[in-house]
Design a protein around this ligand. Sequence first.
Ligand code: F2R
Ligand code: MG
Ligand code: MG
Length: 349
Amino acid sequence: GGMASLSRFKGALVGAVLGDCVGGEFEGAEEVPMENVLLHLNSLDDDTKGDGTLEYSDDTAMARCVVQSLLTRAGFDEQDMARRFAKEYSLAPGRGYGSGVIQVLKKLSSSQLSDVYQPARDQFNGRGSFGNGGAMRVAPFALAFPDLSDVKKYSRSGAMLTHSCSLGYNGAVLQALAVHLSLQGALELPAQFLGKLIAEMEEVEDEEAARNDARALKEAEKPFCERLYRIRDLMDRSKVSIEEVICELGNGIAALHSVPTAIFCVLHCLQPRESLPQRYGGLERTMAYSLALGGDTDTIACMAGAIAGAHYGIEVIPEAWMKCCEGAKEAEVTAQRLHALYHQGQGGA
Ligand code: F2R
Ligand code: MG
Ligand code: MG
């Protein structure tokens, strides 16, 4: 499809759900042989499966809140979004939430709360969470706001409802930027795509709070930029092993150890790879590769799925995969409403 086409919107939202549902099988596994990944993915084509047998987790549960809030309020409303997170958690607490964020979600349901950002600030002795929970749910921000500066501003605020550490919310900003650029067709030129992300993040990380957090956590001066430069190095190598990717970029629950990894998965799978089936298209390759890294597989596949889906569009997503994943069909429908909101913001084009 063309730039910001409906197909790309659907691909992004459905790709994220697919990654979460399909990746849930291996979340927390240290080593995942590609053979096991392919067996799992092949089982989705099995007729006895289907009808949402693979349940979505917190990644999708929270993304759905983001979507509903952005649509209902026709923009970002922190009170409304916070309320939706709290309500969703109270109705379905068993979706595999991070152990820290549960405290925030419980406090957010209190009616006496005057500042919805305060519970997040209180996390981890006032340091705030650097988990990837802000990034895992951020794709809808890129689908609601056509303007890059709005994407940056609101994805940051949306993440800060639960993640007040800059290594948490800036991961969300990076993921939102990646979906935004992919939606514009920027992955046609991968080196330039990465260059744009670096240029944006150089500015995003050039902030007092970010510098302080990086120093306190003994990270590079601009941690996300540093990781993006590592991605550039990895892309320049003729061969890269799974072990090298895990070592350079990580596969963990911290945003710093998963958002750049998800971006790398998409870039690496733009072309056919020896370790992956010939019959696979780019989106299937991205899913398989994300799972084979092990670690936080549902979240890495969810984030990679959103970026890849925005690039390839809905047409490449296997029907059998859609049927197996809870919430995939609904995501396709709501993507249409986000598409309308996005283009309405551009003057009804
Ligand atoms: N939680 C999981 N998976 C593990 C358990 C699965 C489930 N309980 C089961 O039953 O199998 N997955 C989901 O959590 C991740 C997103 O987490 P989020 O929303 O960022 O939560 P939180 O609690 O804020 O952060 C996650 C952990 O990171 C560490 N951490 C964060 N900030 C820290 C800090 N400043 N200092 C020290 N540690 C910090 C803590 O261990 C947090 O618990 C996604 O993977 C999602 O799928
Ligand atoms: Mg999850
Ligand atoms: Mg996860």
